[in-house]
Write a protein that binds this ligand. Structure first.
Ligand SMILES: NC(=O)C1=CN([C@@H]2O[C@H](COP(=O)(O)OP(=O)(O)OC[C@H]3O[C@@H](n4cnc5c(N)ncnc54)[C@H](OP(=O)(O)O)[C@@H]3O)[C@@H](O)[C@H]2O)[C@H](O)CC1
Ligand SMILES: [K+]
Length: 501
């Protein structure tokens, strides 16, 4: 799914109105109908609803919802936050359409801001995508009061006060929503961790804006949906044989860290590689052989860490780094594997830390290789500590373009930065994945897909999606706290199955 800036969304709106064609008041009616349907299907038992409407179109959406929910016999009341004398035409019309028996109060000065103490759902439609500066005065006071209350808050389109396209610094004056119902597409700011408390649970409400505009308008931002993952996935055919699914090598492990390479190897097998081999220090040989009978194992001459490289040309993909440590001799071995590799490889963990200390390695990395740093590893690679996610993401995208590699910046909504400037945000996964071993599983999955001849960008996008989806199954079974990377790997099968639906 393509993501757009607020300016593009405004243009999309205008284009739809002109070309569908549809009157803007009817588009607002359609949007509010979809929002109301969502409320009815998901929150039917919460019968008392208080709307806080601004005087722009976001407030207009709120007024239509209030009318529709009133007609469905919900107990509705409205507050109008008069933040400006500039009142949108569609807002005005919908205010006149609000049934007279819906209680409606004006907030024009500080003393009009109500103290919220009744048990009611609060619907935030003060500002939408039209926010142009931090809220002040009565708007600020209203937002602070809504946040102070313990009531459930649903934000319409976007939490009021949150900038959709860039970093917000006025944290005190942004609605902290439990649920965001965003129209048509998520907004960029919703995908950054610092805004998590403002966004809450994100739901996308389609309102049928023009398909043609969507297809023809360029964007570098994407959100990987189930359908997108299905488009990449290639189901197996009846007569396929193991030779077709590649020969994967996982290089990793050191004394005390054999578990990491074990997890990556298992994940590589579960993600479908035809043959999977682990290259480990001698202390890991028996462990791998005894615990993963399906894998082959090459023992390094050294007992506790890897010192020797291997003939890399026979493998269709190589994943390097899980538990590998940073021993000087290991660095030499890793450097020589990277140098010998002719096809894209996958680098994670200490292989990335080695890279951050050896700038000259960048020129050795095959183009379109995939690097999977978590935030700390990325900051080491970039040599900078970032103050916010926007700057960090921009730096990751620049690095991907500059070095012709794919950077998988791991976190909630993992961002996959491609050398062509595209950034794909992942839509699956949960907080239970923030745990040791999770990254090892991801390295195994991505390298396995690469071995199966998925293009590097496909392997990265699909791999991250499947890993998150498997994590969602694992959490449903074990809970966020208790799920471990092995559960994620065990759930991969369900994630693949789901792609067939
Ligand atoms: N295509 C769609 O997705 C549709 C979206 N809809 C809804 O429309 C809103 C966007 O509506 P818009 O009227 O553009 O924006 P807002 O409702 O957010 O309000 C804009 C007005 O607010 C003023 N403003 C901005 N910041 C402040 C501030 N800090 N203090 C006071 N006033 C402020 C702004 O004034 P300017 O001075 O900046 O010009 C505007 O007057 C979208 O979010 C959806 O909810 C449609 O209903 C359907 C299609
Ligand atoms: K809002």
């Amino acid at each position: 799914m393509k993501l757009f800036t607020t300016q593009q969304i405004r243009d999309w709106d205008i284009y739809t109105i002109k070309n569908e064609p549809i009157d803007s008041i009817d588009l607002m009616e359609r949007a509010a109908n979809r929002l109301t349907d969502w409320y009815y299907e998901n929150c039917e038992r919460y019968t008392d609803i208080t709307f806080f409407c601004g005087v722009g179109n976001n407030g207009g959406d709120g007024l239509v919802m209030a009318r529709l929910l009133h007609l469905l016999h919900f107990n509705v009341k409205c507050y109008i936050v008069h933040f400006s004398d500039k009142i949108s035409e569609d807002f005005k019309q919908n205010l006149s359409r609000l049934p007279k028996n819906v209680p409606c109060y004006d907030i024009k000065e500080d003393s009009d801001v109500p103290v919220i103490n009744d048990e009611t759902v609060l619907v935030d439609c003060i500002f939408g995508s039209g926010l142009s500066r931090p809220p002040k005065g009565i708007t600020q006071k209203t937002i602070i009061e809504i946040n102070r209350s313990n009531n459930p808050v649903i934000a319409i389109d976007i939490a009021s006060g949150l900038y959709a396209d860039h970093y917000s610094t006025h944290f005190q004056t942004i609605i902290e929503a439990d649920i965001t119902l965003t129209l048509e597409v998520p907004k960029l700011a919703m995908l950054f961790p610092e805004n998590d408390k403002n966004v809450g649970e994100l739901n996308i409400i389609p309102i049928d804006l023009s398909k043609k505009f969507k297809e023809e308008t360029p964007s570098n931002y994407f959100f990987t949906t189930h359908k997108n993952a299905q488009e990449i996935y290639r189901p197996r055919k009846r007569f396929d044989h193991k030779g077709k699914f590649g020969n994967l090598l996982i290089v990793g492990g050191s004394k005390g860290m054999i578990g990491a390479v074990q997890l990556a190897t298992k994940a590589g097998l579960r993600a479908g590689a035809g043959k999977t081999t682990a290259l480990v220090p001698a202390c890991g040989y028996e462990i791998i052989q005894a615990t993963i009978p399906e894998a082959m194992c090459i023992s390094d001459p050294s007992r506790n860490h890897i010192v020797a490289s291997t003939l890399v040309s026979k493998y269709s993909a190589i994943g390097i780094g899980p538990g590998i440590g940073q021993h000087e001799q290991t660095q030499k071995a890793v450097r020589s594997i990277i140098e010998d590799a002719e096809k894209p490889i996958v680098l994670d963990a200490d292989a990335l830390n080695m890279l951050s200390e050896n700038d000259e390695w960048w020129s050795l990395i095959p183009e379109n290789s995939i690097l999977t740093p978590h935030l700390g590893e990325f900051e080491r690679l970039a040599g900078i500590q970032f103050i916010n996610s926007f700057d960090r993401l921009e730096a990751a995208s620049k690095m991907a373009k500059e070095h012709n590699v794919i950077i998988v910046l791991k976190g909630a909504n993992t961002a996959i930065c491609l050398p062509n400037g595209q950034i794909h945000f992942n839509s699956t996964g949960n907080a239970g994945l923030a745990k040791g071993g999770s990254g090892d599983a991801l390295l195994g999955i991505i390298s396995s897909l690469l071995a199966q001849k998925y293009k590097p960008y496909e392997a990265a996008i699909l791999g991250v999606y499947l890993h998150g989806k498997a994590g969602d199954y694992a959490s449903a079974d074990k809970g966020f706290e208790s799920m471990v990377a092995s559960d994620v790997i065990e759930s991969l099968g369900k994630a693949f199955f789901e792609l067939l639906k």
